[in-house]
Write a protein that binds this ligand. Structure first.
Ligand code: NAP
Length: 294
């Protein structure tokens, strides 16, 4: 029997409805409107499209939302001053700097300048550290979305063998840290594999839950998956365009093969992707609530 599809788009919709209800409630009851600024530097088309999507969703949810676009030529000092301005702006609860930043700007320095209380992307070292010690404040949006997807799919994480392919700071490391915690929705035995792993397939074939974030199109084949595994495909690879100019996307997992082996799998598109923006909104709502002590 082919694997069940874990439809992130549907789960994301469900969570957005929950968020909208809360936003309406705190607006009505306390006069609080969650505020989000997205800072885009330069004109990278993919970044522009991500920022547009974040703006659209925040408007739909009734957030106070600003998009601040800066030229690629901006230097570090004015960018730091801009972040400082939003750090002090009481209407802004969440600050997101769209990555990657143009060459010549020190990304770590910029991320460090964001007030950790407004770091809704969860990349500030303070928030990364809190996540690691099991006292998370803001969880990075993609791993947060992955964990939520697995939980809502009904798969059991506790005690499961989880294998993560990839060790980036935005996906691999944080999802591994989250799922190994002594906490509900976690308590897994986690293995992380990367380009220096001797035998990647040896590990992936042991996984009850396989999370693939390698950035290599269709890297994980059917014979690398344990029968009955839950497969979360984080990869987004553009492989062409349709006649009407829409991007054709594929994941890091060979979907047709995986479908025959796994018990459940996220599609690309429509899997992890929609969850990422949704968790950004969830973090921003949390930021507003914490700020106003709600
Ligand atoms: P990344 O920074 O390029 O990291 C890729 C990781 O995979 C690295 O740790 C790398 O190992 C490992 N890797 C690469 N090739 C491998 C191989 N052949 N065998 C084993 N490990 C391998 O990528 P990322 O930012 O984590 O993103 C991963 C994918 O997820 C990309 O396709 C990206 O577009 C997608 N993504 C999607 C979302 C979403 O919202 N849906 C969000 C973020 C990312 P080394 O460390 O040894 O180099």
């Amino acid at each position: 029997m082919p694997a069940k599809l874990i439809k992130g788009a549907d789960v994301a919709k469900e969570i957005r409805e929950e968020i909208k209800k809360e936003v309406d409630y705190i607006k009505e009851k306390h006069g609080v409107i969650p505020g989000l600024v997205t800072i885009l530097v330069g004109e990278d088309p993919a970044s522009q499209s991500y920022v547009r999507a974040k703006q659209k969703t925040s408007h739909e949810l009734g957030f106070y939302s600003i998009q601040d676009t800066q030229p690629a030529t901006i230097s570090e000092a004015p960018l730091l001053a801009l972040i400082d301005k939003y750090n002090k702006d009481p209407k802004i609860h969440g600050i997101l700097v769209q990555l990657p930043l143009p060459k010549g700007i020190n990304e770590q320095k910029i991320l460090l300048a964001i007030d950790p209380d407004k770091d809704v992307d969860g990349f500030h070292p303070t928030n990364v550290g809190k996540l690691l010690i099991g006292n998370p404040y803001y969880r990075p949006c993609t791993p947060f979305g992955i964990q939520e997807l697995i939980i809502r799919s009904g798969a059991r994480i506790e005690g499961a063998e989880v294998v993560v392919v990839g060790r980036s700071n935005i996906v691999g490391k944080p999802i591994a840290a989250m799922l190994m915690q002594k906490a509900p929705g976690a308590n897994a035995t986690v293995t992380v594999v990367h380009t220096r792993t001797r035998d990647v397939a040896f590990h992936t074939k042991r996984a009850d839950i396989l999370i693939v974030a390698a950035g290599v199109c269709e890297y994980v084949k059917g014979d690398m998956i344990k029968p009955g595994a839950v497969v979360i495909d984080v990869g987004v690879n553009e492989v062409g365009q349709t006649a009407d100019g829409k991007r054709i996307l594929k994941g890091d997992v060979k979907f047709d093969e995986a479908l025959e082996v796994a018990s459940a799998i996220t599609p690309v598109p429509g899997g992890v992707g929609p969850m990422t923006i949704t968790m950004l909104m969830k973090n921003t709502l949390q930021a507003a609530k914490v700020h106003h002590k709600l």
